[in-house]
Design a binder for this molecule. Structure first.
Ligand SMILES: Cc1ncc(COP(=O)(O)O)c(C=O)c1O
Length: 412
C-alpha cells in the first residue's frame, strides 16, 4: 500500500509509475498530492503529462520570486561554472558581498550563514544560550527559552522538543530540555514564563504551518518592550513569513519592530538552493568563536551568489509591493466566503489561511478539488488550507484561485 491515494484523481500511467517508484524507494514522510511535476516557470508548474497548475504553495514560500526566476537562474548558472564550494576553512569571493548585503537588509551588524531553516533555528538557539551565559550571566546549564504554542520551527530533535504537534514528536523522545511554552499572541502568558534564566523568546511573527495565524495587533510591539525590559533576546523566525511574503520585507515590519535575532531561510535561496542565515548585532553574534559552530556548506559561494541577488531584488521593493497587492485581492475574494462555507479567513500579503467548515470537507479534500481545477495548494491542520502563490502571480492567476475556491465551497 502506498501513502498516496490515487483513487481521488484520474492518473496517467506515467504519473502512477513515478508515484509508485517514489513510494517504493523514498520514505513516506510526506503525503503528497498525486501530481508529478516536471517544469516550473513563474507562478506555474507543469506535470509529466503536460498539465499546467498554478502553484499556490510556492515551496512553502521558498519560491517567492517564482519558479526559474531569470535573474536568479542566471546568477546560479554563472556561479556553477566558477566556484561552488570552498568550506569555511577558506574565504570565498561571494560570501563577503552576501554577508554585507544581508546585514544591510536586516539592519544588523553581522550574519551567520547556514543551509536549511532548521539549522538556522538551531543556530539561533545556540547563540541565544551562549549569549545568556556569557553576556547576561545565566548560571551554567540553566538557560531557558520561551517558545509558542502551535509553533513550527523545523524537524531536528531539539526543535521538535518544543513542538506541541503529536505527529511531529511521537516516537522521538528523549527530547532537549530548556524550553517553556507560552500562549501565542498572549503577552501575559509570555511574561509569566520568563524568569532570570530566560535568554530568549522564540516566535514566528505569523505562524505559517499553524495556518497563517496572526497575533493580535500590538503583540509584536509589546513583545519587543517585554524582551527589552527583561533583558531577553527577541528571536523572530522569519523563515516563512519573511522576505516579502507578508507584503513587507519582514513580518515584524508591520509593527515597526526589530527583533534581536532574525532567522531567515526558504526564499533566501531563491527556490534554487537551500540558503539560511541568522542576523544579529555584534554584541550577540560575538559569542560565536572559531570552532564553536559551523557547517560544511554554510556560506558557500553558490549559496552566497544566489542570496546576494535575492537581497538585491528585495532592496528594490517590488516584490513586497506586489505581495501586498495580491493580499488585497485575496482578502476581497475570500472574505465574503466567511459564513458561506468558510469559518475564518486570515490574509497578510500574498499569504492566506482559510478555515473550511469541517462539515463540508477537509483541507485535503479542498486541495484535491483544487488540483482537479489546475491549482496546487496544501492543507495544514484539519480543515485549514494555506495559499502562498509566488509573488509573480498575475491578477488573473489570483482571480482564478478565488473563483476555484468559491466554486468548490458553494458547490459542496
Ligand atoms: C517558520 C519556520 N521555521 C523553520 C522551518 C524549517 O525550515 P526547513 O524545512 O528549511 O528546515 C520552517 C519550514 O517550514 C518554517 O516554516
Amino acid at each position: 500500500m502506498t501513502a498516496t491515494d490515487l483513487s481521488t484523481s484520474t492518473t496517467s500511467e506515467r504519473t502512477a509509475a513515478h508515484i509508485a517508484t517514489t513510494e517504493r524507494y523514498a520514505a513516506h514522510n510526506y503525503h503528497p498530492l498525486p501530481v508529478v511535476l516536471a517544469e516550473g516557470h513563474g507562478a506555474w508548474v507543469v506535470d509529466v503529462d503536460g498539465k499546467r497548475y498554478l502553484d499556490c504553495l510556492a515551496g512553502y514560500s521558498a519560491l517567492n520570486f517564482g519558479h526559474s526566476n531569470e535573474r536568479l537562474v542566471a546568477v546560479a548558472r554563472e556561479q556553477l561554472g566558477r566556484l561552488t564550494l570552498t568550506s569555511r576553512a577558506f574565504f570565498n569571493d561571494k560570501l563577503s558581498g552576501f554577508a554585507e548585503a544581508l546585514a544591510r537588509l536586516t539592519g544588523k551588524d553581522m550574519i551567520l550563514p547556514m543551509n536549511s531553516g532548521a539549522e538556522a533555528v538551531e543556530t539561533a538557539i545556540k547563540v541565544s544560550r551562549k549569549w545568556g551565559y556569557e553576556v547576561k550571566g545565566v548560571p551554567a546549564g540553566q538557560a531557558s527559552i520561551v517558545t509558542m504554542e502551535g509553533n513550527f520551527h523545523g524537524r531536528t530533535t531539539t526543535i521538535v522538543s518544543f513542538s506541541d504537534d503529536d505527529v511531529a514528536t511521537s516516537g522521538y523522545a528523549p527530547f532537549t530540555t530548556g524550553f517553556r511554552s507560552a500562549a501565542y499572541g498572549d503577552i501575559d502568558s509570555i511574561a509569566a514564563a520568563i524568569d532570570e534564566t530566560t535568554v530568549a523568546v522564540l516566535f514566528e511573527p505569523i505562524q505559517g504551518e499553524g495556518g497563517v495565524v496572526m497575533p493580535p495587533e500590538g503583540f509584536l510591539r509589546d513583545l519587543r518592550a517585554l524582551c527589552t525590559e527583561r533583558n531577553v533576546l527577541m528571536v523572530a523566525d522569519e523563515i516563512q513569513s519573511g522576505l516579502a511574503r507578508s507584503g513587507r520585507t519582514f513580518a515584524c515590519d508591520h509593527e515597526d519592530v526589530v527583533p534581536d535575532i532574525y532567522i531567515m531561510g526558504k526564499a533566501l535561496g531563491g527556490g534554487i538552493y537551500p540558503v539560511s542565515a541568522i542576523a544579529a548585532d555584534r554584541e550577540v553574534m560575538d559569542v560565536i568563536t572559531p570552532g564553536s559552530h559551523g557547517s560544511t556548506f554554510g556560506g558557500n559561494p553558490l549559496a552566497a551568489a544566489i542570496g546576494t541577488e535575492v537581497v538585491a531584488m528585495l532592496e528594490e521593493g517590488t516584490f513586497q509591493a506586489r505581495s501586498a497587492e495580491i493580499g488585497v485581492q485575496l482578502e476581497a475574494g475570500f472574505g465574503p466566503l466567511v459564513g458561506k462555507g468558510l469559518t475564518a479567513v486570515r490574509v497578510r500579503g500574498a499569504w492566506a489561511g482559510i478555515d473550511i467548515d469541517p462539515t463540508l470537507m477537509t483541507g485535503r479534500q479542498m486541495s484535491e478539488a483544487l488540483m482537479a481545477r489546475g491549482i496546487l495548494a496544501k492543507d495544514t491542520h484539519g480543515s485549514t488550507v494555506r495559499f502562498a502563490p509566488p509573488l509573480v502571480a498575475s491578477d488573473e492567476d489570483v482571480a482564478g484561485l478565488v473563483e476555484a475556491v468559491t466554486e468548490i465551497i458553494t458547490g459542496a
